[in-house]
Design a protein around this ligand. Structure first.
Ligand code: BGC
Length: 751
């Protein structure tokens, strides 16, 4: 039977209530023995468990229990496969049940604003739609096992530099369109049991103190029902935090702050009802877990290991291939680079997992009975050139038919806690790749990294396979992909720019100030590169296969759409090659209404489909008004202007092969309030004010009005941008007449 949380709270003293709003230790909430309330454990996540004992730490320094390390989010998001990630979530949920954890601290969905953010490996995408869909799938998977998730870090936490005090300064439109939707979609589609607020400030207010963020947006706008916890140590003003809607402070011991809550209530500064609200939020989630606890869940670590390898095989992205891949087992192949023997398969910090085992590509080949020649070439953990090793690698490559170089970023290059200074790979690796590629045209590079890198050798090698940080089974997945037992089907969830300087946040990322200006606005990732028509190394959504596909014949279920209707877009996908494979159909929307300041196109749908050679399937994706909309600050709401929208379909943001369109109509009207700064042009564009301005100019002119097409373009522009107040400066009206005109215009707008 479900515990009556309200009745429980009614029996508590104020002190007991306050105590429940903070942790007891690193990973536990506090118990209230008098009422039989136990303590509850939470644990990192997200891509496996980091359950620690009482000697906890939040930076992955101390060991945790042995667990399965699944691929990190940089990889899993590239699968573009909701079902796959949901199943991974289910397996992690079972592991949590077996380990008595009430909540796993993830998914982490902060947008990849810059490729340099040290935690990008555990974040999902530069695109908010993709991140939201994949986060919801993960949450639905974990929570189907009656284990909570904690979507993090809410919000605008996109760098590690001064992450605990940085002020992320962004417009509401930017937040609502880019930095919030992953959280919003997750709340609306999967209702995470908890949300973790970020350390940073947003527009001057710490997330933990931010009532607009935690209550107005999260609960009122989106309908969040669980509890909000702090990131570890993110409390700022504990009493204000309760008012703002922050429920649980972590980690413990929080007794000093508990006492502040008690004192504030006693002093009449904090309404006790707000304390009750927070305690109820926390306990509702805790009892949701406890009341439905599944006793005796066991999980098979070896089976989960195999599953994690299978997940990774769906995530890896084939970036380049001149036909050399897949290899065949009879070819003489040499593996070069220490990652072949010791793969880099996870990132550092709070998501660091004490993996039950790790299988390298060399191990995987051996397990199938193949001995592959191996040359270390360079060390896996530092940037240290060893000329003798390079020579060995060059010789071995010359004598082989194919050289596969296992390259990537050493642990110290990317981690929670700090950002990367650049997008470079270690110089020792670049040097080795260039040397090997110079003697062996069949050079393949396999990458192990959590974020984009610069690849100066990209045009000189035969193939590049991006494995990302692929979890403990990464070697098995690599082996299966290299030899064609699996067909690559991952697509990039982020752009690889040619140079880090090309990234839109470049001049506003980790500047010496503690204020981070999100000056690029909504132009993040491909939204920026598209608008600038800037060449990139690999575009968002890109990913090759060992077969080929054709996406064509886009059509819509209806040519028109309005605020309340939806339209289904259908498109045919054919496998035009000679192998079975999976294609990721991506749907982008492009605003053709002439509304200024909109990205060229934005991802609003995707489906992954499996096709046999020659097979055609029809993919159907439903879109609604929100898919066409931007956040209109003047309206305080989502808005799409009436007119034409193109629906673009393809398998990469730079490979659109089918297109259709719809005409949208709306009842929403962007409010206009006329004042001295309102320009004549704006008034001419509005059908309600245009006749008044036309009449005014007619009267003001002693001659017949000049036809616009005959007018001097400079004069036209001057009039268009002239604010009403300037009419006074040019002696066209006095103060009283200007006031009267403004009143008339505002009255016309109300009709
Ligand atoms: C991280 C969180 C993590 C928490 C607990 C913090 O430093 O930012 O993502 O869940 O520690 O380890």
């Amino acid at each position: 039977m479900a515990t009556d949380v309200k009745a429980l709270v009614a029996q508590m003293t104020l002190e007991e209530k306050a105590s429940l709003l903070g942790g007891e230790s690193f990973w536990f909430t506090k118990p209230v023995e008098r009422l039989g309330i136990p303590k509850f454990m939470v644990s990192d996540g997200p891509h496996g468990l980091r359950k620690q004992d009482e000697q906890g730490d939040h930076l992955g320094v101390n060991d945790s229990i042995v667990a399965v390390c699944w691929p990190a989010a940089c990889a899993t998001t590239s699968s573009f496969d909701r079902d796959l990630i949901q199943k991974m979530g289910e397996a992690i949920g079972d592991e949590c049940q077996a380990e008595n954890l009430s909540v796993v601290l993830g998914p982490a969905v902060c947008i990849k604003r810059s490729p340099l953010c040290g935690r990008n490996f555990e974040y999902m995408s530069e695109d908010p739609y993709l991140a939201g869909e994949m986060a919801a799938a993960y949450i639905n998977g974990v929570q189907s096992k009656n284990i909570g998730t904690s979507i993090k870090h809410f919000a605008a936490n996109n760098q590690e530099y001064y992450r605990m005090s940085n002020d992320s300064v962004a417009s509401e439109r930017t937040l609502r369109e880019i930095y919030f939707p992953a959280f919003e979609t997750a709340v609306k589609k999967a209702q995470p049991w908890t949300v973790m607020c970020s350390y940073n400030k947003i527009n001057g207010v710490y997330s933990a103190d931010n009532e607009w963020l935690l209550t107005d947006v999260l609960r009122k706008d989106w309908g969040f029902k669980g509890y909000v916890m702090t990131d570890w140590g993110a409390v700022n003003d504990r009493v204000q935090d309760v008012r703002a809607g922050l429920d649980l402070e972590m980690p413990g011991d929080t007794s000093l702050n508990d006492a502040k809550i008690v004192a504030a209530v006693k002093a009449g500064e904090l309404d006790e009802a707000l304390v009750d609200r927070a305690v109820e939020n926390v306990l509702r989630v805790c009892y949701q877990y406890l009341d439905n606890k599944q006793e005796g869940v066991v999980f098979d670590r070896d089976a989960d290991h195999e599953k994690s390898a299978a997940v990774e095989a769906e995530c890896a992205v084939l970036l380049e291939n001149n036909g050399i891949l897949p290899l065949n087992r009879s070819q003489k192949v040499v593996y070069i680079g220490e990652y072949a023997a010791k793969p880099r398969f996870q990132g550092g910090g709070s998501s660091h997992i004490n993996s039950s085992k790790v299988v390298s590509a060399l191990d995987a080949a051996k397990a199938k009975g193949y001995e592959v020649e191996y040359v270390k070439g360079f060390p896996f953990d530092k940037d240290e050139t060893d000329e003798a090793e390079i020579q060995k690698a060059v010789e071995a490559a010359k004598n082989a038919e194919v050289a596969v170089i296992f390259a990537g970023l050493p642990d110290v290059f990317e981690s929670e806690g700090y950002d990367r200074p650049n997008m470079d790979m270690p110089a020792c690796q670049n040097k080795l790749i260039a040397a090997v590629a110079a003697v062996q045209p069949n050079t393949v590079v396999v990458l192990h990294n959590g974020a984009p890198v610069e690849t100066p050798w990209a045009d000189d090698v035969a193939a590049i396979l991006e494995m990302y940080l692929g979890g403990q089974g990464v070697g098995q997945a690599t082996d299966a992909l290299l030899y064609g037992e699996k067909n690559p089907s991952g697509h990039l969830a982020e752009t690889f720019p040619l140079r880090v300087q090309d990234n839109p946040s470049y001049l506003n990322f980790n500047t010496s100030s503690r204020t981070c200006n999100y000056a690029e606005g909504v132009y993040v990732g491909y939204r920026y590169y598209d608008a600038k028509e800037m060449p990139v190394r690999w575009a968002f959504g890109h990913g090759l296969s060992y077969t080929t596909f054709k996406i064509e014949n886009a059509r819509v279920s209806a040519p028109t759409m309005d605020d309340d209707s939806t339209v289904t877009v259908c498109v045919d996908v054919t496998n035009t090659g000679d192998r079975a494979g999976k294609e990721v159909v991506q749907l982008y929307v492009s605003d053709k209404t002439g509304t200024p300041d909109r990205p060229i196109k934005e991802l609003k749908g995707f489906e992954k489909v499996e096709l046999q050679p020659g097979e055609t399937k029809t993919v159907a994706i439903e879109i609604d008004a929100r898919a066409l909309s931007y956040f209109e600050e003047r309206l305080g709401d989502w808005y799409a202007a009436p007119g034409t929208y193109q629906i673009l379909l393809g398998d990469a943001s730079d490979n659109i092969t089918a297109c259709t369109e719809i005409t949208f109509s709306t009842k929403k009207v962007v409010p206009m309030v006329v004042g001295g700064d309102t320009a004549i042009g704006e008034l001419m564009e509005n059908p309600k004010t245009a006749p008044i301005i036309a009449e005014m100019s007619k009267q003001a002119s002693s001659n017949a009005p000049i036809a616009m097409e005959d007018a001097d373009p400079m004069m036209v522009a001057m009039m268009k941008f002239m604010p009403l107040k300037s009419l006074k400066s040019f002696g066209m009206m006095d103060d009283a007449q200007a006031m009267a005109l403004i009143d008339t215009l505002n009255a016309a707008l109300k009709n």
